[in-house]
Ligand binder design. Structure first.
Ligand code: DCP
Ligand code: MG
Length: 389
């Protein structure tokens, strides 16, 4: 088999952070089973295996040609040990992968997938509910509500608005939420910058939530704004639930610990919210208007509504950290993981959403923009639309 003339394998392998991962690529059929296996192992709680499939899928996404035979993949970095290749080979030969079909039908997987998709329930709680209490669905949680004694307030919200929260959020609704936040902010204090990050910034048409970053013109100006913003939004009836997290940023702690102690989670002041997003008549799909989970007990049933519950993360960023925060919150998660690894292993620098720390010089490397961050990493700038690893 011949590779396209332009494809340079050595360059492709040289630094995986330089690869481009667009949303639309040449190998949808091959990527699908790999992404499924990534989801399968994530849901089953095996992050290590999940990651291997995610990396293999990303490698395939970055190829500038459609793969037709396995030999075209010889010596490509990122495809992992034999198993990913076996999945790819079978898909190339038969058009599907038997393992995927079997795993897709697994009752345990299907239950855990639903449970861990409830806001407030992660893979480990999902497993506990399933194994210890025989819970397999949202209905089961409702039936056993008193017995389960789930203390986390988010789960109550997650279950009550399950139908809404499991419906993908469109770009239009994301912009509407941004508009609402922007308006309330402008009443509190001018001269802010607000940006939708996450998958939408990478060009995705739908998302599971809306990630919104906010900053002011100088460090410190952002202090106290977020709690004020939440009061305003709540007062106007836009908020169903929120949990405010205080800033826990401390340069010393965030950058000078050994890398394995550095949490991937950042330390910004943020608000994890469930918005009550107002809808126009034509924004309420037919199915949305009729399909409601039956929540008579212990929650009140839901009447016809002209709003929809949407998960929104609001992140308040000090100006000097904006560029790194924007990069970190734009993702993708795998891309950020790749960048952090490259930075640590090849540059002796620690990268996170707060900054880039030079471990030899013991100092932070400033950046005004994402372009600066890429420069600081010695990489060419990558448009968000090519960060869909
Ligand atoms: N992120 C982060 N810290 C968190 C949560 C997320 O740094 N506590 C980063 C990682 C992601 C990005 O923010 O790259 C957005 O996270 P999402 O989980 O919202 O992922 P996406 O927006 O990419 O996908 P989706 O469309 O499902 O929302
Ligand atoms: Mg998101």
């Amino acid at each position: 088999a011949k590779l396209p003339k332009k494809f340079e394998k050595n360059r492709f392998n040289e630094n995986i952070c330089e690869r481009n991962a667009p949303l639309q690529h040449h190998n949808q059929v091959l990527v699908e089973p790999l992404l499924f296996l990534n989801e399968y192992w994530t849901v089953m709680g095996d992050e290590r295996r999940a990651l291997a499939y995610s990396k293999a899928a990303a490698t395939i996404k970055c190829l500038p040609f459609t793969v037709t035979t396995l030999t075209e993949l010889d010596d490509l970095k990122g495809l992992g040990s034999g198993h990913c290749l076996k999945v790819i080979q079978e898909t190339l030969e038969r058009g599907h992968c038997q393992e995927v079909i079997v795993k897709r039908d697994s009752m345990k997987f299907q239950s855990l997938k639903i449970l861990s998709s409830v806001y407030g329930i992660g893979p480990s709680l999902a497993l506990k509910l399933h194994s210890n209490h025989g819970v397999s669905s949202v209905q089961d949680i409702l039936k056993l509500w008193n017995q389960l004694a789930l203390a986390d307030e988010r789960i109550k919200v997650g279950v009550t608005y399950y139908a809404d929260l499991s419906t993908p959020v469109s770009c239009t609704l994301a912009k509407k939420i941004k508009g609402i936040v922007e308006y309330e902010l402008s009443i509190i204090k001018d001269d802010f910058r607000i940006e939708i990050a996450g998958g939408f910034r990478r060009g995705k048409k739908n998302g599971h939530d809306v990630d919104i970053l906010i900053t002011y013109t100088t460090d410190g100006e952002e202090k106290g704004i977020l709690s004020s913003l939440m009061k305003h939004l709540n007062h106007k009836g836009y908020i169903l639930h929120w949990r405010l997290e205080k800033s826990s940023f401390d340069e010393e702690a965030v950058f000078t610990r050994s890398p394995d102690q550095i949490s991937v989670m950042d330390h910004f002041e943020k608000s994890f919210c469930v918005f009550k997003c107002p809808l126009q008549g034509n924004e309420i799909p037919e199915t949305e208007r009729t399909i409601r989970i039956d929540v008579n007990e212990p929650f009140p049933s839901q009447e016809q509504r002209n709003w929809r519950a949407i998960r929104v993360d609001l992140i308040m960023v000090p100006k000097s950290q904006w560029a790194y925060a924007l990069l970190g919150w734009t993702g993708s998660k795998l891309f950020m993981r790749m960048l952090r690894h490259y930075s640590n292993a090849h540059l002796q620098k620690t990268l996170n959403s707060h900054g880039l720390w030079d471990k030899r010089e013991n100092k932070l490397i400033p950046a005004e923009s994402e372009e600066d961050v890429f420069k600081n990493l010695g990489l060419s700038y990558k448009d968000p639309s090519h960060r869909n690893f």
